[in-house]
Design a protein around this ligand. Structure first.
Ligand SMILES: [Zn+2]
Length: 119
């Protein structure tokens, strides 16, 4: 039996790659984009600590892998959805990059503070 997307009102079929998430490809990209927007808000004020950073990186990597499996899976995707998937990849990549930059900035600031304290 084909599984329907868990989003109310959505009748799209859930591909094998998204059975765990119980989402159709479109709503999977929506959920990843939402999560990334939350993470961006969380990381914009300051770099997260190492534990949280690892958690976020794990999420980004898992979402990217699932997305790649959907993109190259059995279900045929309309061009619009392909474009959306590519966009979601971009969101994942940019978030990772922003996080690295925030971490680098924080490191520089800490080093400068340490230097100033020693001087
Ligand atoms: Zn759906």
């Amino acid at each position: 039996m084909e599984l329907a997307c868990r989003i109310a009102g959505c009748k799209a079929v859930v591909p094998a790659e998204l059975v765990t998430e119980n989402l159709c490809p479109l709503h999977f990209t929506v959920s990843v984009e939402q999560k990334c927007a939350d993470l961006r808000r969380e990381t914009v004020g300051g770099a997260p600590d190492d534990g949280r950073r690892e958690e976020i990186i794990r999420y980004l990597s898992a979402a990217g892998q699932t997305l790649a499996r959907v993109a190259t899976g059995n279900q045929r995707l309309p061009d619009e959805l392909k474009a959306r998937i590519l966009n979601t990849f971009l969101t994942l990549m940019n978030l990772r990059e922003n996080m690295e930059r925030a971490a680098a900035r924080m490191k520089t600031r800490t080093e400068a503070a340490n230097h100033a304290a020693k001087a």
